[in-house]
Design a binder for this molecule. Structure first.
Ligand code: ZN
Length: 285
């Protein structure tokens, strides 16, 4: 199967509508490895991870983009981050007694969806919308409608091995074209795509099968991979923000301070001399 772990843009040449295909295969298995997520959480997280990679296609500069849904329901956190280099990581927190439902409002309860853009150079930007839709696809479309006044369409498909996504978005030039039925027509065609068909066919086949009556340019695919942004330096910075007193308190009862990365399970340890160095405490005699 071609197109594994990939991001691929396409364009309806005459229509000012753009699209993207995302497929997370081995990269997603790596991202959820050793987490023992229940199937429901794994599926939701697959959608969130795919969405974060799809949205990197809207970045106009180098940087990171994160989707963050925090709720008061049985699922308390659903988050994924992706970079312009098409790396991503994802995480969920949830209670053990999950309802048998894939309704996002039921699972997250009162919740907000935040999308944060963190450029390498420049100002961090965050947009927040209340989570008022039952599916992540509709929440994201709602977000773009409110924040950018852009009509967007999202579709996700997940199975136990992978997560897939399709995004369509009107470009500002759409207003100028004569064929004003194009958006509705193309969304209707996209909606005919079933999850099984999505998983079993590559992007070129699907683009042809769905949109063969339109002129579509498919751009070169980019590889998507799992990568965590944690590091010893960042873990040390989090100890610094904990404060000197708190850190020394821990060292009263523990030989080292340990920091676990919740995204990738990496474990960092800092001994007394490193902590003393961090807070500028000189050697004692
Ligand atoms: Zn990590």
């Amino acid at each position: 199967m071609q197109d594994k772990d990939s991001f691929q843009k396409f364009l309806f040449d005459a229509l000012h509508i753009r699209g993207e295909w995302v497929r997370l295969n081995d990269s997603f298995s790596q991202a959820v490895k050793d987490k023992n997520y229940p199937p429901l959480i794994e599926s939701l997280l697959g959608e969130t991870a795919v969405a974060s990679v799809l949205l990197t296609g809207t970045l106009k500069f180098e940087g990171r983009l994160s989707i963050h849904a925090r709720g008061a329901g049985p699922v308390t956190l659903l988050t994924a981050e992706a970079s312009h280099q098409k790396t991503f990581r994802c995480l969920s927190h949830y209670q053990s007694d999950l309802p048998d439902s894939n309704d996002l409002q039921e699972l997250l309860g009162q919740a907000q969806l935040a999308i944060t853009i963190d450029p390498v150079n420049g100002q961090r930007y965050q947009g927040i919308v209340p989570l008022e839709r039952h599916r992540l696809t509709d929440c994201l479309a709602h977000y773009f409608e409110l924040s950018e006044q852009l009509d967007s369409f999202f579709m996700f498909a997940t199975n136990e091995h992978a997560a897939y996504g399709l995004m369509l978005q009107k470009l500002p030039g759409y207003r100028e074209i004569e064929d004003q039925d194009a958006w509705e027509r193309i969304v209707k065609l996209a909606e005919t795509l079933g999850p099984r068909e999505f998983a079993d066919n590559d992007n070129a086949t699907l683009s042809h099968r769905l949109f063969h009556q339109e002129d579509v340019t498919l751009f070169d695919p980019e590889t998507v991979s799992f990568a965590c942004t944690c590091s010893r330096e960042r873990s040390l910075a989090s100890i610094r923000s904990l404060g000197k007193d708190e850190a020394l308190d821990i060292l009263e009862s523990e030989p080292v301070i340990g920091i676990d990365c919740q995204f990738c399970n990496a474990h960092y340890e800092f001994d007394r001399s490193e902590i003393h160095h961090l807070f500028g405490i000189g050697p004692t005699h």
